[in-house]
Design a protein around this ligand. Structure first.
Ligand SMILES: NC(=O)c1ccc[n+]([C@@H]2O[C@H](COP(=O)([O-])OP(=O)(O)OC[C@H]3O[C@@H](n4cnc5c(N)ncnc54)[C@H](O)[C@@H]3O)[C@@H](O)[C@H]2O)c1
Length: 351
């Protein structure tokens, strides 16, 4: 029996393919620790009459989600998630959050009992009847394996171009965290492991709300000073939210790549900012813009804002999170984007 660990990347979007590229190279580098073949689950799609999995396995390029980047030849695209994950010792979950429940349901009873996972998924899972669940908790509950998380200032196209950046792995077990660091870390992608899993994950979800706010002020024609105020107040609300709903979160985690760094990059470069700017300028709905601008990708900020708002409303504390609340109401069309600037001006931080 091989002691080498086998890895499966569950997902193959823009980020999923970028990570598969890194993992494919690293398993060769650490060939005493890991099996050389990496399986990558691909949601099958037809591209110009041909299956995406076939295109990837023949050309080693995900022409839809990561065009113009070659994947290592040891990354094998597999359309059946059960087939892709069987025998895997490490499962890397990297799919848009709305698909994770269904994928986990397919995996129940079909993975190694000794496996552990890493979630790169940003966002929360809405709980039926209202509220949110951390995605790492949901995967752990369904599959009964430990789940670490990876979040950071990591816009996929830049990582795919091998431009230097940092990232944060949150792992309850340092041993698993160190194995995961070996799989993920490269010269251009530096990993810091911390044990504050929930705070790392929360940063990754909440920053998308703030990015919508940054996009609104960009769309209104305000400058970098205004955006910096949105970022600062957004960070304060992120920290406050974590303290309230996940007591024990460490303040220091917010100063890792998953915290302030990811917040900054998302408020300047991410898709939530871009679509939110277009929302103000074009007056189209978020749903229309998603279709027009995102080529099958989805926006997480507005959905996360809605889920967070449910939590705040349930506790009667919307007024303590005026930025999160205003952003949610702007996405719904209940407030005009201009009113966000009033909300910043009148933020309790300024009273
Ligand atoms: N893209 C980034 O820069 C980036 C960076 C860090 C984290 N993330 C996070 O990683 C996760 C995955 O993002 P991504 O950029 O790889 O994906 P993406 O946004 O490119 O989404 C497309 C993916 O969804 C899959 N898909 C489409 N319809 C599906 C369906 N019905 N069922 C299952 N899968 C379906 C597609 O096959 C593709 O893999 C997200 O949570 C995202 O927030 C993304």
């Amino acid at each position: 029996m091989s002691l080498k660990k086998k890895i499966c990347v569950v997902g193959s979007g823009n980020w999923g393919s970028t990570i598969a590229k890194i993992v494919g190279h690293n398993v060769v580098k650490y060939n005493e620790q890991f099996e050389s073949q990496v399986s990558m689950w691909v949601f099958e799609e037809m591209i110009d009459g041909k299956k995406l999995t076939e295109i990837i396995n023949e050309t080693h390029e995900n022409v839809k989600y990561l065009p113009n980047h070659k994947l290592p030849t040891n990354v094998i695209a597999i359309p059946d998630v059960v087939e892709a994950a069987k025998d895997a010792d490490i499962l890397i979950f990297v799919i848009p959050h709305q698909f994770i429940t269904r994928i986990c349901e397919q995996l129940v009873g079909n993975i190694k009992a000794t496996a552990f996972g890493l979630s790169l998924i940003k966002g929360f899972l809405p709980v039926p009847g209202g509220g949110i669940e951390l995605i790492s908790h949901a995967i752990n509950k369904k599959l009964n394996i430990p789940i670490a998380v990876l979040m950071g200032a990591n816009l996929a196209p830049e990582v795919a171009d091998e431009k230097f950046c940092e990232t944060t792995i949150g792992a309850a077990s340092l041993e698993n965290g160190n194995v995961l660091r070996d799989i993920i870390q490269t010269e251009y992608f530096r990993v810091v492991v911390v044990n504050d899993v929930e705070a790392v994950e929360m940063c990754g979800a909440l920053k998308n709300i703030v990015a919508c706010g940054a996009g609104f002020v960009d769309g209104l024609g305000y400058g970098d000073n205004t955006k910096a105020a949105v970022i600062r107040l957004g960070l304060m609300e992120m920290i406050k939210f974590a303290e309230l709903f996940y007591p024990g979160s460490k303040l220091s985690t917010f100063f890792e790549s998953c915290g302030v760094a990811d917040l900054i990059t998302t408020c300047y470069g991410g898709r939530n900012r871009r679509v939110s700017e277009a929302f103000v300028k074009s007056k189209k709905s978020i749903a229309e813009l998603e279709k027009e601008m995102l080529n099958g990708q989805q926006l997480q900020g507005p959905a996360t804002a809605e889920e967070v708002n449910f939590m705040l409303k349930a506790k009667g504390i919307e007024d303590k999170f005026p930025l999160f609340t205003a952003i949610h109401r702007i996405c719904l069309g209940e407030l005009s984007p201009e009113q966000m600037v009033d909300c910043i001006r009148n933020h309790p931080e300024h009273m």
